[in-house]
Design a protein around this ligand. Sequence first.
Ligand SMILES: C[S@@+](CC[C@H](N)C(=O)[O-])C[C@H]1O[C@@H](n2cnc3c(N)ncnc32)[C@H](O)[C@@H]1O
Length: 425
Amino acid sequence: MDIAIVSLFPEFFSSVCSTALLGRAISKGILNVTYHNPREYAHGHRKNVDNIPYGGGVGMVLSIPELDACLSSIPEKGRILLLSASGKRFTQSYAKELAQEERLTLICGRYEGVDARICELYDIEEVSIGDFIVNGGEVGAAVILESVGRLLPSFMGKLESSEEESFSKGVLEYPHYTRPASYKGYDVPEVLCSGNHGEIARFRREKQLEKTIENRKDLLQNAILSREDRAYIEQIQYPRVSGNIYIGLVHYPVLGKNKKSIAVSLTNLDIHDIARCTCTYGLGGYYITTPIQAQQELCNTIVEHWREGLGAQHNKARSKAMECVYVVDTIEEAIESLRQSTGTAPFVIATSASAIPTLSYCDVRDIAKERVILILFGTSHGLAPEVYTLVDGILPPIRYIGGYNHLSVRSAVSITIDRILGDYF
Ligand SMILES: C[S@@+](CC[C@H](N)C(=O)[O-])C[C@H]1O[C@@H](n2cnc3c(N)ncnc32)[C@H](O)[C@@H]1O
């Protein structure tokens, strides 16, 4: 592969390109690196390549004529990349893509950056090596050289060495150990010395998943995960958090059409669907609050039918979902019930289609690591103002920017819970 590096400081690369595996690959001709310095195209005795920014502001800008002349002197440029903190994030899959190319040109920025018109003159991809600022693009170019170079055939001894690495399959790598088996009281995990390849593979996979959850949960969204992987992630990530979250479906006091506090009747769909959501996400339970005796009796009849009656015989899954339902008079009774069953008062959260939020979904997940939470959902036109005197926080409305956000309470419960416990982030 041919790599042309456009840099004001080509000497930066002398040790990078002569050391270890990269040095060997270059001396063997697996990688052919050439250097092109815009300063050689500068005029005047000071050979300036920078100038002050139009529009004002601090620092200088790498000017376009010298950079353009330098770039156009490279006969075959291949894909052109400009190292820039505001570029597309450089990743392992980006590196894999670049490793398929025959040639690349890497432009190293300096000062506050390069004159933006260079990206209009040439077909240039801006690429960032991470969310931080370094002094110049040379470090980034070295990163690309290292990561793309090692993916080239014959760069490394065994192809597997790069196949097993972090990011290759969307997760981070498992930890490595070598001799001695015991060091300062720290032993190598027993399973790695067992010779049982199945157990070793399982152990390593679990460590990969644990490490990815701890350090880079975002990667899991695109990772290829087996059923076992998913079960393991669920098992290590959610048990305590999800079990600490309870739903409260409020039928009084809620707002009626005329904006007065009223009591409304419950619906069969809300009983079923919210119970199913509670069960699906492994929540602690689901309180249905209504002060109307006849409504409580109706609700209990429905719940009993599915929990233990004829319904249970026909639909075991529904019977299981109904186990999490509790019918109470008031929100206060739900709070008291949780205080008695868990030993502490729950952190109470209101949801609303319009109220100003005081908490994020992430906050709720964090609070649930330590405390029991009761999330209140209003029926009719939402929770009445007096409910807000009982709450410790308010979650952001769902889709409040678009104008129309009249979801059924069942949908709102599912979306809210998924935002808090959603599979991997
Ligand atoms: C001091 S930096 C300029 C930072 C720029 N003013 C900004 O805020 O994004 C000088 C040069 O370093 C390189 N650089 C700095 N951080 C980088 C990053 N995270 N990824 C890639 N290149 C970077 C770019 O080539 C940039 O033009």
